[in-house]
Design a protein around this ligand. Structure first.
Ligand SMILES: C[S@@+](CC[C@H](N)C(=O)[O-])C[C@H]1O[C@@H](n2cnc3c(N)ncnc32)[C@H](O)[C@@H]1O
Length: 249
């Protein structure tokens, strides 16, 4: 059994929303730099391949869409739903980078914390989430199972999460100790701890992510770790590509 991090996802969402309030405009202007990076080209080619692989118009969900940095990297999209916990980020997504290249027929932006979002089963052909997991956003079995449920048979999930290898060895050691102790702390102490750690680090190692994926309903997935070649952020990401089989188990 994989232990889920017992976090107050509501409180963390509020903290994230407050912090993005300060930086949303800057984030949007950074998009103009980021789209010229190797990192962006890498992700763009993955999204183009995935969205183009259906050979028909598709329904897409962008989880933690922020300023809509990847909206222009999709093809054959009928409806694109972008969910984000920050209203300020969603405001910037109304005019995303390279908006003139966006081919989606309809775009809906929803101000929601994805851990509490709800969609009918089999709503999407493609779900992706980039840059969201790791800072305040844990990859949980519960969320993965909901994403699985929202995917249509034959649908694809693609996401990245900060690789713990990004942290210094001493931070990694502190994190390991915290993760071991946290579930045993009394609820009140955990709450105080959560309030102090406004946005906890939730990066993962490859083995941890593999364990979480195996505990979820996804049976077909692959994980790779790669260095992020971007002028805006240096570190490593784990990338996970998963699919929902046409014949479900
Ligand atoms: C680093 S930004 C990435 C934005 C965009 N995906 C990109 O790659 O440019 C992370 C985004 O995730 C959003 N986010 C964080 N936690 C969330 C949650 N629980 N539900 C929905 N959105 C969330 C933040 O508000 C922020 O816009």
């Amino acid at each position: 059994m994989t232990k889920e991090p017992a976090m107050d996802l509501n409180l963390i969402g509020e903290n994230l929303s407050a912090s993005y309030q300060q930086i949303a405009a800057r984030y949007r202007s950074d998009d103009e730099i980021e789209v010229t990076s190797e990192h962006h080209r890498h992700l763009e080619s993955i999204l183009l391949n995935l969205s183009g692989s259906f050979g028909r118009r598709i329904q897409v969900l962008d989880v933690g869409c922020g300023s809509g940095r990847y909206f222009h990297c999709l093809k054959n999209v009928d409806r694109l739903i972008g969910v984000d916990v920050s209203e300020a980020m969603l405001k910037t997504a109304e005019r995303p980078v390279r908006h003139e290249h966006i081919s989606a027929r309809r775009i809906e932006l929803r101000w929601e914390n994805v851990y509490f979002s709800s969609f009918p089963s089999e709503s999407f052909d493609l779900i992706y989430s980039l840059g969201m997991f790791g800072n305040g956003c844990p990859v949980t079995v519960e969320l993965l199972n909901r994403l699985y449920n929202w995917l249509a048979p034959g649908g694809h999930l693609f996401f990245n999460v900060v690789d713990v290898a990004t942290l210094s060895p001493s931070r990694r050691a502190r994190r390991r100790i915290r993760n071991v102790l946290y579930p045993f702390l009394p609820r009140g102490v955990r709450r105080t701890f959560d309030r102090r750690t406004a946005v906890p680090f939730c990066g993962l190692g490859k083995r941890e992510l593999d364990r979480i994926m195996r505990a979820s309903q996804f049976t077909h997935f692959s994980i790779s770790s790669l260095a992020c070649q971007s002028p805006l952020w240096q570190g490593r990401h784990l990338e996970c590509a998963a699919a929902k089989p046409v014949l479900q188990r």
